[in-house]
Ligand binder design. Structure first.
Ligand code: MLT
Length: 264
């Protein structure tokens, strides 16, 4: 792991491998370790860059709110610091996908391909945005211990819960380890997202849209519509997986990613 100063932040980043650059951007409230089945495996084909976003994992934070645009700026700054000027394959899951849309908007020339996993293009309903504000306040008041029990049932497919106790346990620990400030800042930032559905027809970058079959946070029907609205996209539904598709079905996920990137 490396520590990198960029965009006024100190970010921790996994950086291994050579060749085409694959930027893996984690979801909320996780860190780069959610890509554990991808990190070393895909570093056989690419230079894998997997940061901890501002406040998560080993990265620092001192913000009330972090907008998706700010995370995108952090990532562009990170690529600069790592002296990566070639266009990258940007792969984001859920919140990482919200950041991907902003990265495309701000840095289109830095994208070779886009992979959006288990994410949404629409913004929050007023009820969801309100729920995020409440979670932010509660996390700051009493810590993040309550979040795992709220989120975990929604993150994983039913069979993952019963058949993969170790994965469930690791994910629970990861969610519980998120700092109150990082959770609050990200929730406030996500609640201020705009609806980017209208951007989709203009995203002229080859895109892979991946969704776990049992995702209840960003369901397959919605992600199929995202793929249909993009000019150059393929949609892949991953079997036996929920919202955390790359973690729940890494074999199919890695195969789909390699096929799309033509790393065979
Ligand atoms: C995530 O996995 O990043 C979250 O479910 C995103 C969200 O809260 O909308």
């Amino acid at each position: 792991m490396r520590q990198v100063h960029c965009n006024g932040q100190q970010l921790q980043v996994f950086d291994e491998g050579h060749g085409p650059v694959l930027l893996l951007v984690h979801g909320f409230p996780l860190d780069h370790t959610m890509w554990k089945p991808q990190l070393a495996e895909l570093a056989k084909d690419a230079r894998v860059i997997a940061p901890d976003l501002r406040g998560f994992g080993g990265s620092l934070i001192n913000d009330h709110t972090v907008l998706m645009e700010q995370y995108a700026d952090d990532l562009a700054g990170l690529l600069d610091q790592l002296e990566i000027d070639q266009p990258v394959v940007f792969c984001g899951l859920s919140m990482g996908g919200y950041i991907a849309w902003q990265f495309w908007k701000r840095y289109p020339a830095r994208l070779e391909k886009l992979i959006v996993c288990d994410t949404r293009a629409v913004n929050d309903s007023p009820e969801v945005a309100r729920g995020r504000q409440l979670m932010a306040e509660r996390a700051m008041r009493e810590g993040t211990g309550f979040i795992a029990e709220t989120m975990l049932p929604k993150l994983l497919a039913p069979d993952t819960h019963t058949q993969c106790p170790e994965l469930v346990d690791d994910l629970r620990k990861l969610v519980a380890s998120a700092s109150p400030m990082s959770v609050a800042a990200a929730q406030r930032g996500m609640s201020q997202r705009v609806d980017v559905s209208g951007w989709l027809p203009n995203i002229n970058v080859p895109t892979l849209v991946i969704c776990g079959q049992y995702d209840v946070v960003s369901p397959c029907e919605e992600m199929r519509d995202i793929a249909a609205a993009l000019p150059d996209a393929v949609f892949v539904e991953l079997n036996d997986a929920g919202h955390m598709a790359p973690l729940e079905n890494p074999a199919e996920f890695n195969l789909a990613l390699r096929d799309f990137c033509e790393w065979r």
